[in-house]
Design a protein around this ligand. Structure first.
Ligand code: DLL
Length: 433
């Protein structure tokens, strides 16, 4: 499978037919196999036999990250764990992470949609890809890997980090494709220059960059410094990982594979659909997944949608670049961070006040830097410097354990963090993305 012309270029009426049949089956499947869904359907007084067309989707209740957290670990599974062949987790709001599981067929689907993405970006069988997304519980590394295998690429499973080694491998094997977060692409280029390597001096064709928000300005910089076409890829663990939507070389929106991931764009406050072209929250229903199918999942990502046929021939709807979030999640070096995770740590440590601020910046080396300002209580503040330093280290260590990224922690005097009469401003994002 290189791409799926049949589904990616399907006439709208025929596609609607496919989506309707799949939704009908899905509604019956989740109602029968998952108590959480059954209860949600019953509460919304909708029975699966009332779902006959994709337009009936509006009768079904939304699913949220809170549903995933509250039913952790296995409550939303529709299949026995013995049929689950792989699991991944991503960060949750507090406490429990978000668990996702794949059956054999789900892994096939993941391979297919990721192959579609790579092909959509312009990859061809036989091309070499340096995959610098992290391998492990994060879905980026393995997602690209499975898609690369499916479409017959030669894969260098580099994972993220080890920048000098990345650059050596690039020089030795001259890959045509690089896959990583856009900020890491810029960081690698800078490191390359420091090592006396010209990043342009390769065999580059395309970059497939995602997992974090990035701007057209960053695209221009990456394209200039690497001499490649920089494309955007979107996805989220809950839906499948990377592989939900991808830009083609026309760079006029990301093609979303709506035969398997049905999109709706809603007003986040009312839950009602917005008009085509207007900004709203992306809601996705996984039409064919088995282990954890998601019905009307609130991604919290803000986009607009364009349903016109693209010049590349695909009829699949295109979403805009991600314009923001409807919650307070921030993506730092590709890792999802909820302020509540940091709050949870601070509140659990003696000597601190529940006042803190998270400052995210991207000054040096194009990599995100996080500083957490934590107010200490007056007793602690009048204590010796050694004790304060111990406290600072403890907070830093615990936050780093929870987030899996390095942070700078600065302790500040009592009552120095600005108080708010309304919603506290916990995050100051200076990255301009
Ligand atoms: O980031 C999956 C992925 C891996 C996508 C590799 C692309 C490439 P999560 O860790 O669950 O999954 O994070 C999902 O990251 O809801 C968005 O807020 C953000 N995000 C993902 N791709 C993009 C993108 C992976 N291209 C969350 N632009 C999503 C902006 C993105 N934000």
């Amino acid at each position: 499978m290189i791409w799926n012309e049949k589904f990616e270029c399907m006439a709208p009426a025929e596609l609607k037919q496919v989506q309707s049949e799949r939704l009908k089956k899905l509604a019956a499947y989740v109602y029968k196999n998952c108590k959480v869904y059954k209860d949600k359907f019953d509460k919304a007084t909708v029975k699966p036999d009332k779902i006959n067309s994709i337009d009936d989707i509006k009768r079904l209740p939304f699913t949220t990250k809170v549903d995933m957290r509250d039913n952790y670990p296995y409550g939303l599974f529709c299949m026995d764990q013995k049929d689950v062949k792989e699991i991944h987790v991503s960060s949750g709001t507090t406490g429990n992470p978000t668990l996702v599981g794949y059956t054999k067929d789900d892994l096939k689907l993941w391979s297919e949609v990721m192959a579609r993405c790579l092909a959509c970006a312009g990859a061809e069988p036989g091309d070499t890809v340096q995959n610098a997304y992290g391998y492990g519980l994060f879905t980026g590394g393995l997602g690209v890997h499975y898609g690369g295998l499916e479409m017959g690429l030669r894969i260098i499973p580099m994972s993220s980090g080890q920048t000098q080694r990345q650059l050596k491998i690039m020089q030795d094997f001259k890959p045509k494709i690089i896959t990583c977060t856009p900020s890491y692409a810029l960081y690698m280029a800078e490191e390359a220059k420091d090592m006396g390597i010209d990043p342009k001096n390769g065999n580059w064709k395309i970059g497939v960059f995602g997992a974090e928000p990035w701007t057209e300005k960053m695209r221009d910089e990456i394209e200039a410094v690497w001499n490649m076409l920089a494309t955007d890829i979107y996805g989220l663990s809950e839906i499948i990982g990377p592989g939900v939507a991808q830009e083609c070389p026309h760079k006029k929106g990301l093609h979303l594979f709506s035969d398997v991931f049905y999109p709706e764009i809603i007003d986040p406050d009312t839950g009602e659909s917005v008009k085509e072209g207007q900004d709203g929250e992306l809601v996705i229903t996984t039409l064919t997944k088995q282990a954890i199918p998601l019905i009307r999942y609130r991604t919290r990502d803000l986009v607009s949608i364009n349903c016109e046929k693209c010049k590349c021939g695909r009829t699949s709807p295109r979403i805009s670049k991600i314009k923001g979030r409807t919650d307070d999640m921030i993506v730092v070096r590709g890792i999802n961070v909820f302020p509540s995770q940091i709050e949870h740590v601070i509140l659990g440590i003696e000597g601190t006040e529940p006042h803190y601020q998270i400052i995210v910046d991207r000054q040096q080396h194009h990599l995100d830097e996080v500083e957490v300002l934590v107010e200490v209580n007056s007793k602690m503040f009048s204590d010796e410097v050694k004790k304060l330093e111990e406290l600072r280290r403890k907070i830093k260590k615990e936050i780093e354990t929870v987030l899996s990224i390095g942070v700078k922690v600065t302790l500040v005097e009592p009552k120095t963090i600005e108080r708010s009469m309304g919603k506290a401003k916990r995050v100051i994002d200076k990255r301009q993305i």
